[in-house]
Design a protein around this ligand. Sequence first.
Ligand code: AMP
Length: 217
Amino acid sequence: MRTVLLGAPGSGKGTQAKRLEDDFGWPQVSTGDLLRAAVASGSELGLKAKAIMDAGNLVSDEIVLAIIKDRLAEDDAANGFVLDGFPRNGTQAADLETVLADLGFSLDCAVLMDVGFDILMKRLTGRRTCSVTGQLLNVYFSPQSDLDACTEAGGELIQRADDNEETIGNRLEVYQRETEPLIEYYRDAGLLRTVAAEGSPEDVYARLRTALGIGGN
Ligand code: AMP
């Protein structure tokens, strides 16, 4: 499966991409994660990206294209991948087609993860990662036992630098302006599928699998 998960920040793309990776072995390719790794490594690219990411704006198409080109050429992406957070504008969507054509691949579909505004805000402001287990949690939605398990394991619930209210507002605006037009782009290409992405991660995953034609038991 070669697919793009489209959707606003907080629509659950990362959570669902990880599940597909665990169950089917198609790597989650998240430009956000790759950029955060570059920032953490202190590389020149990371230094360039950091201020832009902290403000919730888009990193340049050139930087992101270079990252995605290298990542999709790796061996583990040969049998499929789930793109999470890329493409984010029309230029990147066109770049993706070129990169895939060069590798001899094409997209099977693009899935829109559809979530209302109020839920997005709660998902983003409540989102935390456990510093010990790496588990993605949410102070509004995760079972208290999962939140306690992290702290009992000596972990801390870490909030992403760009998950503060000011930056979140800008990220949602950037999404509407730059990324939402891709819904029409993929609809016109006959590749769009839409998943109602509210509710528990398990329920969303079941709907996503159905949309991908890999619905399970
Ligand atoms: P994400 O983890 O997908 O929410 O991405 C976090 C931040 O990384 C975004 O707010 C952007 O600053 C940057 N970023 C991630 N993916 C892209 C992309 N495809 N194009 C430009 N910037 C990106």
